[in-house]
Design a protein around this ligand. Sequence first.
Ligand code: FES
Length: 69
Amino acid sequence: MSIVCYCFVVEKSRVIAAIQEGCNTPDALRNKLGVTGNCGSCLPDIEDLLEFYGKYPDDQQVGSAGEKP
Ligand code: FES
């Protein structure tokens, strides 16, 4: 089990599932899961997951570089 957001105790697998279901921004993930909605310290991790698994609108090279977060 890998927790991404400690404030809301959200596992990485849930964030990935939400991205694959269409949440393609940090705001969308916050609305669905709560992540980033309290202290915000998980935002960099959330952004990394968005870059790797999906669908970040500004990033045309999605998933093409870097290690799996
Ligand atoms: S760790 Fe995610 S909002 Fe605090």
